[in-house]
Structures are given as C-alpha cells and as structure tokens.
Design a binder for this molecule. Structure first.
Ligand code: C2E
Ligand code: CA
Ligand code: CA
Length: 655
C-alpha cells in the first residue's frame, strides 16, 4: 500500500505536470494560429504576379498605340500606367513592404521601377502628344524584367516563409504530440493512483469494519475466558424462552470458593489459567441447551442463564455446575482443586428481566456462601429481608457489647437421679433496643463471619468466670467457644486472663466446642484444646452426633464430656431408636473416659426414660430455661445441694 504522504506528493506532481502541459498547449495553439495567419497574409509572389500582368498590359497597349495610333489605345495605355503606379504604391505597404525591406535586390529593383515609371509620367499624361513612340517603348521595355526580378525574389521569399511556417507548425505538432503523450501518461498515472487510492480506501474501510467488529466483540466478551461479559449477559434473547412452552428462565450466580488462595499461592498467571479452565467447563456444561448462556461477571464470579421447566431442574443443574467445578483441574502439570457456591433465582412469568434475576441469584449466592459454602442456595422473596436484617445486625453487633445489649443467661445442668445442680451453661443473649431478643443461633454466625466473635467470646468468658463465683462452691460453668476462636489461638490468653482476673479455679471452667472444630485444621485444634486442658479447663464436645465428621477424632483428643444433642430426644417417647443411640453413646463415652450430658430435656417422660437408660446428667427447659444469674441463683437455692459426683476430679483433666 502506498504511504499517504507519497500519494499526496505524486498527485501534486501529476497536477503540476498537467498545469504545465496546459500552459504549453495554449502557447502552441497560439503560435500555430499566428503561423497560419502569416501563411494567409504572406503570398508575396501572388501579389507580385499581378504587377507582372499589369506591366504586360501596359507594354501591349503602348505598342498597339504606336502601331495604329488609335486614341482608345492611348487611353488604355494611360490607364494601365496609372494601374501600375497604383500597384507600385500598394507594394509599399504591409507585408510586401516587409518583404522588400527584407530583400535588398528587390528593394533596388522596386526603386529602379519607380524611377523608370516616374521618368515617363509626362508622356502618360497625354500619350497622343508623344511623337517618338518607339523611343517610349524602348524606355518601357525593362519594366517587365524588373517586375520579374522582384517576382522571382518574392517567390523565393514566399517559399522560404512557407518553409518557416511549415517548420513552426511541425515543431508545434511535435510539441502537441509530446503534450498529448504527457497528458495521456499523466491521465494514466492519475487513473492508476486513483485505482490504488480506491484499493487503499477499500482496505481502510475493511480495516475499520474489522476494528469495529472487534470492538463490538470485546465490548461484549471477557478477554481472559472468551465468555460473554456482564453487558452481553444483561441483554439475552428472551424470545428463545417465549417460544418454548412450559419453559422458564433461571439465573445461576456461581462464585468460586478458595480461588483467592490459589491465586495468592500460585500467582496470577496460574489463577488466570484456572479461571479459563473453569470457564470452559462451565461453557461445555451450560451451553448444551438453546437459550442457555454462561458469562463471566468478573473476578471469580460467573453467571448462567438456564432454560428449565421448574425449580427442581434449576437447582439440580446448579448442583451439576458445582460438582463440575469441584472436579480437580490440571494446570501446568499440577492438579488443583477449588469449589464453588451457587445462588439460583427463577423467573415467575414471561416478564422477567435479567438484571433483577441476577440480583436475586447473587443474593442467594452470597447468603449461601456465608452459611453453607460449596452448596446451592435458592432465592425466595423473604431472603432479601433476611439478608437486610443480617446486615443490620452485623453493623449493630459492633457496638452491642459496649451498650451492654449482650449479656449471658445461664441454664442449669442437673444430676438426673438426685435433681442436684452439677453445673451451668452460659448462653449469650442480645437484647436489641428495636428488634427485641435476638437468638444466639442468629447472631453468633454473624459474629463469626464479621470477626465480632472474639469480642463476644471474651466477654462471655469474663462474665462466666465472674458469675461462677456466685454459684455454690465446685459448681462449674460451661462457656460455648466458636471454632474461629480456637483457630485464632488467642483463646489461651483470653481464658488465662479471665481465670486470673476472676480468681475462679480452672477446674470450674468448661469450654464447649462443636465437631466442626475437627473439620478445620485438626492438628492445630488439638494443640490448642490440649493446651487449654493443660490449664485445668475441661473441654466438652457440644451437639454430639449432629456433625458430619468421622468419629476418628474421638480417639485423637481426650474429651471430658460429650453433650448429646437435643435432636435425639425429640421422639424419645415413640421412637426406641433415639434411646438406643443414647445408650450407645453412653457406652462409647465410658470407654473414652468422658462424661455425658443430655441436652433439651423438656418433659418428665423424657427424664424417666433417660434415667432408665443410665444417663446421669442433663439440662433442658424441664429443669429451667436459661436466665440471668440472679434468677439462676434463686432457682439453685431451691434445689438439692450439689453432690461430690457433680464435680470433676482434677486427675481427669489430663491423660
Ligand atoms: P447450644 O450450645 O447447643 O445451647 C443449647 C441451646 O438449646 C440454647 O439455645 C438453649 O436455650 C437451648 N435449650 C436448652 N434447653 C432446651 C430445651 O429443653 N428445649 C429447647 N428447644 N431448647 C433448649 P440458645 O441459647 O438459643 O443458643 C443457641 C446456640 O447458640 C447454642 O447452642 C450455642 O451453640 C450458641 N451460643 C450461645 N451462646 C454462645 C456463646 O456465647 N458463644 C458461642 N460461640 N456460641 C453460643
Ligand atoms: Ca453448648
Ligand atoms: Ca448443644
């Protein structure tokens, strides 16, 4: 392709050539016209020839008169004399004079002729008066030869002039030829240049079109994975769904779990490859059905638009997506595993818009991620309200302790046989000024997610240690500890400080942890729990039987107590299986050297059954609801005094 600057210069050159050619052409045309005019004006030989004829006539008439003496011949001779004089005068102007001046012999002959004619002027005034006609004839005899001399010169001059004009015209013709050739070449060059320019323009047009297509593509696609982006996803083809009877649109928002760790550990290039591989897996899985679209929203977040028949199908598909993403990825020779959490939102009718569905699915996703990572959550109309409430609680939780809105209630634990007090469990309460009493089942997970659990946990331990001093001697207090507190490790200092500040004997403090602690970093958990145990603090395994971890952890740590979850008591009257499980746990606990506490005893019937089974310690509404320490102290004063069996021997605390 010709560079633009070059092209401009070339066109300029061609135009200059054309302009010069036009000027030269105009000059040549002008010159040729002048030459043609010259050729028409300059027939000197012809003008001279007229003189020769007139001279011949003069001589003939004079000779006739000399012979016959007729007066009419004399008049005719006089007339031809005058004509010849007039001819001589006519030779002395214009082109003929130019010729005479240019030809000295002709000028000499002219002058000679003029002198000769002037010398006979008197005779021709009246020829009849001339006597010696022969003498006059004799004197006139050179006239014709003089005119012949001039005529010959004029003829030569006319030929030369004609040759000069021919030369000029030939020269102009050559110039014209060159001009025409130049013009043709210039026109050819211009044509070629125009063609070239056209080709360039077409190429430029194509390039612009391709660039705009590329731009349009990149505006709607994610450059890393090649999937459609948020913009493209926001405008799907609704007609695909309308045309299909009994089909509904479902949006699934998918967020990878643990991607940040992979990205931080293995670097961004590896992270990018992982995202691309995940995107391809999603595309292969989702794109199989018409109307289905999968897009990348940014970061490790993807979204799919599915064409489903009902809610169950949407959730099943979302689960398939999660399963696909959980399969190991092989990148650069190393195998990596991540997970994903999904949120699903379904269109209720044909009037759905992607952005609203996306917002709903996103909410379901983030809500699910905060509770059950790696699973699928379905949007329901109440979810937004719940999430907003959660957000409000999360914000206000920060100042709740300062405002003394969070405080402990205590629930008694009793000897099932004697009804004597064997311990209390501290349970956090939040009295919200506007929302009323908020269950720890609701605010503890929020505190765990937001990190407020450390403040709350420390506050509860401090309160429990201090309040335990108001209980009968040797009655221990149990405090619930979050798995996050164990993993963070600060728990040791917190517990030691609380014991030291309150002066409570470590043996009177019991910490309750759930099985989930063993699902995290088990070695670390065991290390921290062992250290706490070494302090003299007892460790209870809370909600035993509700977790999903293997029972192997039972043998890797010396639990002081197993707390049987109240869910096993729910159908105790009718379902003998619940009782069998409790019996089995009792046997297991005995082997492990741990005590057993049954939670959630609500009825006398349950109590009797448990007593028969061999359970010794329990807690539940039957004995008392969780209450402020003052209320509990009052309740305790009416109970049988604690027996020595209710306290734990120091020797139990270490293995
Ligand atoms: P949990 O440790 O299993 O506590 C027992 C829960 O059962 C308490 O609920 C208690 O009020 C309730 N309960 C006791 N007896 C009965 C009964 O006879 N029937 C029924 N239906 N329920 C009974 P609460 O106080 O709502 O606590 C819920 C959960 O919140 C606790 O379960 C515990 O996991 C957690 N939690 C409470 N306080 C704290 C705390 O200070 N720190 C931590 N990390 N978790 C806490
Ligand atoms: Ca508990
Ligand atoms: Ca429990």
């Amino acid at each position: 392709m010709l560079p633009r600057a070059w092209f401009r210069q070339l066109v300029l050159v061609v135009l200059v050539v054309l302009a010069i050619a036009a000027v030269v052409h105009a000059r040549a045309v002008q010159d040729s016209a002048a030459a043609v005019q010259d050729s028409m004006r300059f027939d000197v030989s012809w003008i001279g020839a007229q003189g020769r004829i007139e001279a011949g006539q003069l001589e003939a008439k004079v000779a006739l008169y000399a012979a016959l003496r007729r007066p009419q011949d004399a008049r005719a001779a006089e007339m031809f004399y005058q004509i010849l004089l007039g001819r001589l005068d006519s030779w002395n102007v214009g082109g003929y004079r130019d010729f005479l001046q240019a030809s000295p012999p002709s000028q000499q002959a002219y002058d000679e002729l003029q002198a000769l004619l002037t010398s006979v002027e008197a005779e021709f005034t009246d020829l009849t008066k001339v006597d010696d006609m022969p003498a006059l004839l004799e004197r006139l005899s050179p006239v014709s030869s003089i005119i012949d001399r001039i005529g010959a010169e004029a003829s030569i001059s006319a030929v030369a002039k004609a040759a000069a004009i021919r030369d000029t015209l030939t020269e102009r013709q050559t110039i014209q030829d060159y001009l025409v050739t130049t013009l043709l070449i210039a026109a050819g060059v211009l044509l070629v240049l125009t063609a070239l320019q056209n080709r360039n323009l077409r190429a430029a047009h194509k390039a612009v079109q391709q660039a705009s297509e590329r731009y349009a593509y990149s505006a709607r696609h994610d450059p890393l994975t090649g999937l459609p982006n948020r913009t493209a996803f926001s405008h799907p083809d609704h007609s695909l769904f309308r045309d299909m009877a009994n089909r509904r649109a479902a949006v699934v928002v998918i967020d990878l779990d643990g991607f940040k760790v992979v990205n931080d550990t293995w670097g961004h290039i590896f992270g990018d490859k992982l995202l691309t591989a995940a995107a391809h897996r999603l595309r292969d899985l989702v794109g199989v059905r018409p109307g289905n679209v999968v897009a990348r929203l940014g970061g490790d977040e993807f979204v799919a638009l599915l064409n489903v028949s009902d809610e169950a199908e949407a959730v099943a598909f979302a689960n398939k997506i999660i399963e696909a993403l959980k399969r190991p990825f092989e990148i650069d020779g190393s195998v990596t595993t991540i997970g994903a959490t999904a949120g699903v939102a379904l269109a209720v009718d044909d009037n759905w818009d992607t952005l609203s569905l996306m917002a709903d699915a996103d909410l379901a996703q983030s809500h699910t991620k905060s509770r059950n990572k790696g699973t699928v959550g379905l949007y329901d109309p109440g979810l937004r309200e719940r999430v907003e409430r959660r957000l409000t609680l999360e914000n206000q939780l920060r100042t709740a302790i300062e405002k003394k809105e969070i405080f402990p209630h205590y629930q008694v634990q009793v000897d099932l046989q004697t009804g004597a007090l064997v311990g209390v469990e501290a349970l956090a309460r939040w009295h919200h000024p506007q929302l009323g009493l908020i269950s720890p089942a609701e605010f503890i997970p929020i505190a765990e997610a937001s990190g407020q659990i450390f403040n709350i946990g420390k506050y509860m331990i401090d309160c429990a240690c201090r309040d335990a001093l108001r209980l009968p001697a040797n009655v221990p207090v149990a405090v619930n500890i979050s798995v996050i507190q164990i993993m963070q490790g600060e728990i040791m200092d917190t517990v030691a400080e609380a014991l030291m500040m309150s002066g409570l004997a470590p043996q009177r403090l019991k910490l309750e942890v759930t099985e989930s602690v063993m699902m995290m970093d088990r070695r670390r958990a065991i290390a921290v729990l062992s250290e706490l145990r070494y302090l003299g603090v007892a460790i209870a395994l809370d909600d035993f039987g509700t977790g999903f971890s293997s029972l192997s952890y039972l043998s890797t740590f010396r639990w002081d107590e197993l707390k049987i979850d109240r869910s096993f008591l729910q159908n105790l009257d009718t379902d003998p299986l619940g009782l069998s499980i409790i019996q089995a746990v009792l046997v297991l606990a005995r082997k492990l050297g741990a005590k057993v506490i049954v939670e959630g005893i609500e009825t006398d019937n349950q109590l009797q059954l448990l007593k028969k089974t061999g359970c010794h310690v329990g807690q539940g509404y039957f004995f008392g609801r969780p209450a402020p320490i003052d209320t509990v102290c009052e309740l305790i004063s009416a109970m049988p005094p604690p027996t020595s069996a209710a306290t734990r021997r120091k020797s139990d605390s270490t293995r």
